[in-house]
Design a protein around this ligand. Structure first.
Ligand code: ZN
Length: 467
């Protein structure tokens, strides 16, 4: 009477889409875009294994595009039901989905202009109007563990997952769906944050469930032991002594706020001098405001800083450049300073204008604080290539190159086990998803060894009966 099907976020970390069916109702949990290599991106164009128009509802665990970026597409294809998500996520997708639409439109336009398409004309997956139509369907709910009705016979409760602002564990109850007539409880971890990270609360303990899906991004890896703030302090101090600029390419939502929080803290502790900090990204500017809004997400330290009437994400000398003019003004700055700009992998955006100046400057430092995917400009710089192409010209790389590996919004496998140890029931089946194949299998093995539970690693297109 009930089943789960896996239509994305399996065998890869992107494209999360899980279809829950119970007593004739269909609910899609997450609606992510496949991202990265071409072979993955092309999956976004394949015919869907379900009819968007017959979905009763969509539930979104958090704002990242690999969990939300396909939402405007299913709306374009006929979905018109409610989209349930936390209030924090709702605020962030108002920034991210229209931006994703603009990128889709720009890419289609570029392919047409360059004649790179076999389809003529190349079309975007969706446009800004589709993104706005998707946002109109959102029903924001508190991240407080209280169940809300999703459709007849299905409720969902959202709890803080600690991954980025608004990220939720989603606990579904499928009423009377089991063969013996009892309820079935299904817990989705979404992307799980790690413990003791700045700004956000720790992941809430897992509520009792019969079935559980857990992410496995770091199923075969552990995070760096050296605290990120120590590495950041060393890099900033060295730059200050040389009177040189520091460029930090960072994703506008989440990572930028984490860096700002740490810089403010290091300044207050006197571990670094006060230097001008410029955040050059309109999305980062908006997201930084959203980060202050929802108290239910904040850890105790963040709350206590807010209580002192301080902004936890504002350093002592900070510029938030939203407009193009504000951004251009940053070009006149000289000497030791910190510039944080998107995109995090140097693949586009305003950070490229800064990279043009920083990369050839022997006195300057570039600091990578996020994963650099194969084939991106960021990866080339990190791999030590002597020049990279930016906006039609070859730019020599002479600056210092640093990487801080400890920044991650994901729990590593030990932290996932710690989180799972709070579960008071023995699940009938655990599904490990959201990982490369080796990570998902390794996570499954760790769970079997630690708890002796049934675990499976689903493949794309698999379905599993819930009994
Ligand atoms: Zn995520």
């Amino acid at each position: 009477m009930a089943k789960i099907s896996f239509f994305g976020g399996v065998g890869t970390v992107t494209g999360s889409k899980y279809l829950v069916e119970s007593k004739g109702k269909q609910v899609l949990v997450d609606c992510g875009l496949f991202q990265g290599l071409r072979e993955l991106r092309e999956k976004n164009w394949e015919p869907l294994p379900f009819d968007p128009a017959s979905l009763d509802a969509v539930i979104i665990t958090h704002a990242h595009i690999d969990h939300t970026g396909f939402l405007p597409r299913i709306v374009k294809l006929g979905f018109n039901g409610p989209v349930f998500t936390s209030r924090g996520t709702n605020d962030l997708i108002k920034i991210l989905l229209p931006d994703s639409a603009r990128l889709q439109e720009e890419e289609a336009e570029y392919r047409n202009r360059k004649g790179l398409t076999v389809h003529s004309p190349a079309l975007p997956l969706y446009d800004e109007a589709d993104a706005e139509a998707a946002l109109d369907l959102v029903v924001p709910v508190p991240n407080d563990g209280n169940p809300v009705e999703i459709c007849e016979g299905i409720t969902a409760a959202f709890r803080v997952a600690g991954h980025i602002l608004g990220a939720s564990l989603v606990h579904l109850t499928l009423s009377s769906a089991a063969e013996d007539g009892s309820d079935i409880r299904f817990l989705f971890s979404g992307d799980l944050g790690h413990y003791d990270q700045p700004i956000l609360k720790d992941p809430a303990p897992p509520p009792a469930c019969e079935y559980l899906m857990v992410e496995s991004t770091y199923g075969d890896r552990l995070h760096d032991e050296e605290p990120s703030e120590d590495q950041l302090a060393r890099i900033i101090n060295e730059a200050y002594e040389r009177n040189g600029p520091v460029l930090i390419p960072a994703f506008a939502v989440g990572r930028t706020q984490e860096i700002l929080y740490l810089i403010r803290e290091l300044e207050e502790q006197g571990k670094i001098p006060v230097m001008p900090v410029a955040v050059d990204s309109p999305m980062a500017k908006q997201a930084t405001q959203v980060y202050n809004r929802w108290r239910e997400e904040h850890d105790e330290e963040y709350v206590s800083i807010l209580a002192r009437q301080q902004h936890p994400l504002m350093t002592k000398s900070m510029t938030l450049a939203g407009t193009r003019e504000e951004s251009k003004r940053l070009n006149d700055d000289r000497g030791a300073r910190i510039i944080i700009s998107a995109s995090g992998m140097l693949s586009g955006g305003r950070v490229l204008h800064h990279a043009l100046r920083i990369l050839p400057d022997e006195n300057a430092t570039i600091v990578f604080v996020g994963y650099q995917a194969a084939g991106t400009r960021g990866r080339r710089v990190l791999d030590g290539e002597s020049e990279v192409k930016i906006m039609h010209s070859w730019v020599p790389v002479r600056c210092r190159i640093e990487q801080i590996g400890g920044f991650s919004a994901h729990a590593d496998w030990k932290a996932v086990l710690k989180w799972l140890s709070g579960l008071e029931t023995v699940p009938r089946m655990v599904f490990t998803t959201h990982g490369e194949p080796e990570s998902a299998s390794a996570m499954a093995e760790h769970i079997r060894e630690e708890f002796g539970w049934n675990v499976m690693v689903p493949q794309m297109g698999d379905s599993f009966d819930l009994v």
